[in-house]
Design a protein around this ligand. Structure first.
Ligand code: FES
Ligand SMILES: [Fe+2]
Length: 386
């Protein structure tokens, strides 16, 4: 984070601490329960948010070398993202142009081309078909016309976005709120291309996909829900919020910030005394902790509004090469990630049961939950249900 932003955020946070206050929206927001339980609502979200928007699918450091690939079966099409020999990132349907077999599964490094496991058609990492075994049996099949079907992809700020609709173009800076927005400034300054993937967790949960993000977007639940984990470390019900188009940055303030009031501004390092949540619309939450970053994404499952796939990717600034480094990161993950997996997620799964029960027509978001209001309002607007 740039020094000027760090100082500005620290000043705003100290002001909240001094007044025992938080950032508040103008009014409460009544969020219709339909948003979490209605199959038609979900169908619209899938058709618009998961079809027309750029989705954050990886960090550049997940695919540092030629042939490195990831796949993703959660975005509505079988997706393959791979780095080619020129260093360019490509996104394709993970689908062989012979008869449609899946080319690769999971993630890894392809050697000697992308070789289809079914009949061994062999593609370059840039999607070009280079070998058809027994080519004589395919008269008239022009290899130049059988490249892998590509999808729009952009790599920037150490991150990779894909839009799962062929031919669609997107301007990622505009989507992030504009080139001169604080969001772009922050993402640039973090230099995620220099991070290292450390761990990944994937789970199928019984909750609407938005509930994962909801739980990151208000610290009103910190003291009650996280009483024995992260709750004691942060100022309860206190946040800073900045919005950038449909995206936002919310900062939760650690109590350790209090002592900065007596220190010169030069020592003010805001990320050390906060947890910064970047909501990258529509489905990614980036959590900058003091020493690492977590990327949380969620995806709807089929046509079920009350189920989702959650994926968490944990990135660290230096590779964990020694046993003591590994022990350190395991302990670190234990607090940060387990708090979400053992407290937040079960909490919102309980909310899903409540919302599905018919006991209420609306969720009431309080004025102290402005980030949550921004997110839900932008979702509703984007599918024409504002
Ligand atoms: S389906 Fe891929 S080579 Fe036949
Ligand atoms: Fe939480």
């Amino acid at each position: 984070m740039r020094k000027a932003s760090s100082i500005e955020l620290t000043r705003r946070a100290l002001d909240l601490v001094e007044h025992g206050d938080t950032t508040r929206s103008d009014d409460i927001y009544m969020s219709p329960v339909e948003s979490y339980i209605c199959p038609e609502w979900l169908a619209q979200e899938k058709a618009i948010l998961f079809k027309e928007y750029p989705l954050l699918v990886a960090f550049s450091c997940d695919l540092p070398n030629a042939g490195d690939f990831i796949t993703n079966d959660d975005v509505g099409v079988p997706l393959l993202v791979i780095r080619d020999k020129k260093g360019q990132i490509n996104a394709f349907f993970n689908t062989c142009q012979h008869r449609g077999s899946k080319l690769v599964t999971g993630c890894g490094r392809a050697q000697g081309g992308l070789i289809c496991p079914y009949h061994a058609w062999n593609y370059e990492f840039d999607g070009e078909l280079k070998v058809i075994p027994d080519a004589v049996s395919f008269p008239g099949v022009n290899k130049a016309e059988r490249s892998l079907k590509s999808l729009p992809v952009v790599e920037k700020y150490g991150m990779i976005w894909v839009c799962p609709t062929p031919g669609k173009t997107f301007d990622i800076d505009a989507q992030l709120g504009g080139l001169s927005s604080g969001m772009v400034d922050d993402l640039k300054a973090y230099e995620f291309q220099n991070y290292h993937p450390y761990a990944q967790r994937r789970m199928h949960r019984k909750m609407n996909w938005k509930l994962l993000l909801d739980t990151f977007l208000e610290p009103y639940h910190f003291a009650p829900l996280h009483a024995t984990t992260v709750g004691p470390l942060v100022h309860h019900n206190m946040c800073l919020l900045d919005t950038y188009g449909q995206n936002l940055r919310e900062a939760v303030i650690r109590k350790s910030i209090d002592k900065l009031a007596d220190e010169p501004e030069d020592n003010w390092d805001f990320p050390l005394h906060s947890a910064l949540v970047y909501m990258l619309f529509p489905n990614a939450g980036l959590i900058m902790q003091r020493d690492h970053v977590e990327l949380w994404r969620s995806y709807p499952v089929a046509d079920k509004p009350d189920e989702c796939i959650v994926q968490m990717d944990y990135y660290i600034p230096e590779p964990a090469e020694t046993q003591s480094a590994k022990d350190h990161w395991e302990r670190n993950m234990d607090l940060a990630v387990n708090t979400v997996i053992k407290e937040d997620i079960p909490g919102v799964e309980g909310i899903q049961v409540g919302l599905s029960s018919g006991a209420l027509t609306h969720s009431t978001f309080g004025r102290c939950e402005p980030a949550l209001i921004h997110f839900q309002r932008e979702i509703a607007k984007s599918i024409g249900r504002a």
